[in-house]
Design a protein around this ligand. Sequence first.
Ligand SMILES: CC(C)(COP(=O)(O)OP(=O)(O)OC[C@H]1O[C@@H](n2cnc3c(N)ncnc32)[C@H](O)[C@@H]1OP(=O)(O)O)[C@@H](O)C(=O)NCCC(=O)NCCS
Length: 160
Amino acid sequence: MGKKVSESEVHSEIIVLPGDTNMFWDLYGGRLVEWMDNIGSITAFKHSRMKVVTGSIDNLFFLSPIKLGYIVHLHSFVTFTTKSTMEIEIDVSSENVNTGTTSTTTRAFFTYVALDDNGHAAEIPQLIPETDAEKAKFNEGKIRSEQRLQLLKDIKKNLK
Ligand SMILES: CC(C)(COP(=O)(O)OP(=O)(O)OC[C@H]1O[C@@H](n2cnc3c(N)ncnc32)[C@H](O)[C@@H]1OP(=O)(O)O)[C@@H](O)C(=O)NCCC(=O)NCCS
């Protein structure tokens, strides 16, 4: 049985506190990646209802700094699935609480692998893209998935 994008889509907002920043009161990149992995894994759990692990994170560019006290908006949804993997897009923007101005910070693709009780890759529900936008993202995800698999093969070969 398949699952729709809307069944596992998550929106979340977090305010940046002093413990999340560097000495310039900008949000740590690593803290943002942690928040992205957290919301991405929630989407992966909701889609698969299985144990999941983060397999890979595609290119991650930080386009604008996020200041202390800003609100961080995170949006996470499945774009593409294979037999046991979910590609999840995570969009991040920030909001200045005083002005309401928002800026795009990053967009990244996280891939989660579903595992069974023995730690082996497990079959997941396949994604059912419904809207034109979801179908377009699905087709793009298929191309990225093939490129990712090739990259993974190359990395494994070079690490031997
Ligand atoms: C991800 C992991 C479970 C894959 O194990 P594996 O034995 O290589 O799994 P398989 O070869 O059976 O691959 C299962 C599927 O995952 C995909 N895959 C495997 N490793 C992947 C990775 N690192 N990134 C993305 N996809 C991956 C395979 O292409 C395959 O896809 P399919 O469903 O289309 O067939 C294993 O490498 C692992 O546990 N990694 C550590 C995960 C982790 O701890 N993450 C937290 C941060 S350290």
